[in-house]
Design a protein. Sequence first.
Lengths: 230, 107
Amino acid sequence: MQVLEPMTAIDPTHDHPHHPFLQHHFEDMAQQHEASTLGMWMFLATEILFFGGLFVSYTVYRIMYYPAFSAAAHHQNWMIGATNTAVLIGSSLTMALAVWAAQTNRRKATVLMLILTLILGGVFLGVKTYEYSVHYHEGLFPGQHFTYVDEHNPAVTKGVELFMVFYFSMTGLHALHMIIGAGLLIWMIARAYRGDFGSEYYGPVEVMGLYWHFVDIVWIFLFPLLYLLH
Amino acid sequence: MDDAYDSSGHAPKHDVMGLPIYFGVFLALIVLTFLTVLVSRYDLGLLNTPIALGIAVVKAALVVLFFMHVIHSSRLTWVVIISSFLWLGVLFVLTLADYLTRGWLLY
């Protein structure tokens, strides 16, 4: 029976100190960074298809109930939607700046930009909560609470309810992603504050950014589909 | 598109994008948001949806290329991104090929 040697052997090619955050299964920091961003993109590919299912069913029902979907989108407050779009684009800018600050060894700027991203994300979710409460009081929440009747064309009311099913599931799934993103941001703020990141190692901030920008892109498509097309 | 991964180096071989690019992209995204709202005020008939989605695609491309640094990403990352949109295309084309053609049977 083979006796396993204790791991005392030292690779002679590794005579230099390692970066503390280099995982043992990677050759070097560059390979580790490439693997983490590639892995994140593979996850985002599944996310694209996850949201894609909702987008394709929205498309099918929009074609089937075109007048109702137009009336429902017309009823939306596009000013709130546009404001939230600007807020989210702003949070994407601060997120990109956080990655830039980490890449250029600016610890304080990294922390500040991540906090700003978190605040802007919070503003978005706050506005969304306000919007949801307005919809609820108008009787636009689908199901037994749905009491809304379209004043211009009462015949489309059932279609409006269907539109609101898509509205709540798509914006709700998007908001859930933002809440998860806010949790991840708090974690990244703590790590950045601790001084984990710098030009050699900023993979987690970069990957956090990829996630945040993806959520921004989903909203970039939701905004015209749910607020503007009428 | 260039190869970000260089096995001879130890630090990530990433070009750090300049701040003007980030602020420029942000400005472009805000302008495009205004544009899409402005265009939606006018009824352009059949062009309404293609214009709104076209602007959204341009905005998404700006975010992907610059904020997500894909313009400097490795070819392997490009393969993953392009194939994910290819699958999204399959989802849309096959589903709509069914739903959009069902009525044709009646004629």
